[in-house]
Design a protein around this ligand. Sequence first.
Ligand code: ADP
Length: 406
Amino acid sequence: MNKEVAVKLLFVILFSFIGLGVFEINSYLIVVLVVMYFSYDFMQGKEQLEQRTNRETKELKNEIKTTTKDAYLKHKQLITMISNIPSPLLLMDITGKVVVYNKYFNLLRKEGRDEDIDYVNNDCKREVAEFLKDAFIFEKNIEKNIEVDERSYHAIAVPVTTQGKFSGCVILFQDITIAKEKESMQKEFIADASHELKTPISVIKGMVEILTREDFDDDKTRAEFLKQIGKETHRLEVIVRDLLQLSRLSADTIIMKRKSIDFTNIIDCCIDSFTMMASDKNIEIEKEYNSYEKVFVDWDLCTTLINNLISNAIKYSDHGPIRITTNEINNEYVVSISDHGYGMSKEDCNRIFERFYRVDKARSRRSGGSGLGLSIVKSIVDVHEGRIEVESEIEKGTTFKIYFKY
Ligand code: ADP
């Protein structure tokens, strides 16, 4: 039995005794007792109310503490997210003041000091400042490509609305420099490829025109033209084949069939297929295998790689020998192909892996090259995560070295 019930029971017994006349008592005392009873009840209620209020206040305090902690965490997460978006990003409020921005936005400013900036007063580079002003004034979606410090950005402004009314805007600057570079390389490549294809087509067209003239009856010229048409058709075939090969290699989705292969087997097969071409020019192909280690490569791609290098060594030499070696150097498998041919200057060596680059255009054309052989070689080495080096001296010869990781 608790204290409250015991006291109330005592009052009830007291009132019952008074009612039964057990005590002789005057009405004044009854009033006092009644007041005492209700005062006690009131005090009890007050105490309970206080206890409840205290409990509720404590609960409320805890709730506020948790909510504040939650809000702080969310705020921190949001700031972490914004600062790690690798593009300049900012938020302007209804007055045009920049209220949030990430560290990358400083790339588009002159000073980048941590001070208040807005759509008019800021230290942003000219094009960026203009974009901020437009984004705030026009209050609508805006997209524009801008150039800042030799980099290209795609700027996007999105208005923020509260209850349908403009309350600021979010502005993002996407760095599109690499995409633009790729696009212009692609355009350049298409222009070069079209030019390469146009040359043999024009030759064939011109000869066919002459051959089909009604008054044409020169048998010797006809035979020469037909031979030339055959050559140009073959050239077209080679260019198209190499273009397709290169486009397959530069696609990100290339599927390789890599296996652990004794690389000397690939070299042997390639040497066999060039015996005729080499002996036509009286060039010997020597080999010296100092390593028979297995390398994790794609057989077909590496056959193309070695074929292209041997073919060039024969094409660009008047005498031999051509020497092919394999070695293990610093935990890498090294294939070396050297010739005693025409050689190249240092400047040419730096450019020969570019598409359609030729040191001597006429010589390359005469030998039936597409100008893509070494670009294909480089792409094949790249997809194998290897590297290629070239050393050359004019009229002395050239050495290509390919390094594969095990
Ligand atoms: P191409 O079809 O013209 O041979 P490549 O891409 O295979 O095209 O080679 C590019 C250029 O590099 C060639 O035109 C040639 O001038 C030069 N080159 C390649 N290999 C050799 C070499 N072994 N010796 C000298 N020059 C070479």
